[in-house]
Design a binder for this molecule. Sequence first.
Ligand code: AGP
Length: 610
Amino acid sequence: MCGIVGYIGNRDGADIVLAGLKALEYRGYDSAGMALLDKNNKPTLLKQVGRVDGLEKLLNEEKPADAAIAIGHTRWATHGGPSVLNAHPHSNTSKTIFVVHNGIIENYAELKDWLQTEGYKFISATDTEVLPHLIDHYYKQSNSFEEAFTKTLKEVRGAYAILASTTTEPGKLYAARLSSPMVIGVGQDECIVASDPSAILAHTKEVIYVQDNEMVVVEAGTCHITDLIHDEKVQRETETLDFDVNTAELGDYPHFMLKEIHEAPQTIRLASLGRVNAATNTVKLGGLDSVVNQLSHVDRIVIVACGTSYYAGLVGEYLLEEIAGIPVEVQLASEFKYREEPFCRSTALLAISQSGETADTIAALKKVEDYGVLRLGVVNAIGSTIARMTDAGVYCHAGPEQAVASTKAFIAQVMVLMQIALHLAKEGNELYKPMLEEIEALPAKAEAILKQADTIKAIAEKYKDYRDFLFIGRRYAYPGALEGALKLKEVSYIHAEGYAAGEMKHGPLAMIDENFPTFALAGDGPLLEKTISNMQEIRARSGKIVAVTTEGVNTVAQHADDVIYIPKTLEQTEPILHAVAMQLFSYYVATAKGLDVDRPRNLAKSVTVE
Ligand code: AGP
């Protein structure tokens, strides 16, 4: 999942594309590159390993004066490691065609073999390099770039958002999309093509979302769309985006992850603002109004998501079943797509996604497209693909999340799932009123945990050198434990596993010794005693324990090496407070190890390939 940006117009394309790449760096940061065509159609190709900042240095040294056409790329490596040769843009041997690509060309190996028999020389290990060579091959036959580009698109299989520029036809950019996101900003005598609006909004709010199987010839201020399936021209008006990508500023924080953890109280407020009112005992979710009838017939909900969003879904499962009495099944989107399971029309599919661009979750929604089932979304990124694909949904309003490790979005997702459960709750559910009141009290309780940051930092530094970590919890704390383990894995690279505490004796206990500590979520809920016996099992094997329990509970400390106390809350809202404590713990372990917490190795913020 890479970021691509292209510019065509009369302004300095290099700077506009560079700024766009910075906005899209959350999509991948293994390498960055740019191809520029100046007014005399002279190409400049700049590529380097690592973050976009490095490309900026290169640009300052070698930028041509007037690059009116520019395409750029920030990479998350899929085929071929981070290197200058594997960095995009890729070109044909005669350097007349330049291509950037986000996605995977699944049949690249056979195409490469064939092109090599045709005499083409490859310099990289990437799948993408087949594109400029294939275009070159067809261009030699037709002398028409549009025809060559179209033929190439019909040859390749997989997922792609492709941008191409060529010295053979200055004044045009060529773009195409198949499942990877692409949007075109149409300005005054200029166009900006990008993976998402964050690279465009500084220039125009007039955009065209490119659909699957479309090829676009982009000129300065106009776009010509062709539907590749039906080989016909497509007329599409621009739509005006009604949101700003307010670039999250770091402020006084050293990292976006810490900033976004400290946004927890505000995140909780924003996720329930204008929705929950304990005084009037009401929950209002305007985003579901348009499907209120279908919702009333829903008798089963299947939640699909990936990573942290999946774990939020698991908390949602407990909430929806306990509060709304609706059976729920949570499935990994990457598995859901390939499962042959019966689906009836009274089942709703609920997709959860921070970015709204995760390919596996999009594929899950596409799978049930013709099933006639209700497709709902819990999404943070406004105007994203999943938000536009679903019949209705609820935005998380957590604001842009910059750090790759999702923190505030998880909290906002659980808050929204809580409200959906309350919105669907049966009349007289005994949890309804206490939950509404607790939702309004949660921001202050999250604040109380943030105030313990120094204590949690000291504990984290004590455990930074362990190579393995177990996270355990029961009921609502079980998905919490899974999420805690993922957070530690992502930013500290420590092998961490989340487990249902009751499962310990069925295997994981074998791993436990003085070198394998455990993070135990042991709040004062109905299963505290059971969790304490699991902690005793661990202690009996010399396992060290960091416990998170409720203020006033005095039966946990004796079974733990370190304890983090959180304010008293309901079991159903506890995952929110557990998350704040575990996010801080993971952040401080990672920073104690001197790691790049905002841009962990091998990861990217939005996974737009399967
Ligand atoms: C979480 O910290 C990770 N960034 C990752 O697991 C993420 O949750 C997953 O890729 C799903 O992303 P989404 O919510 O944007 O769909």
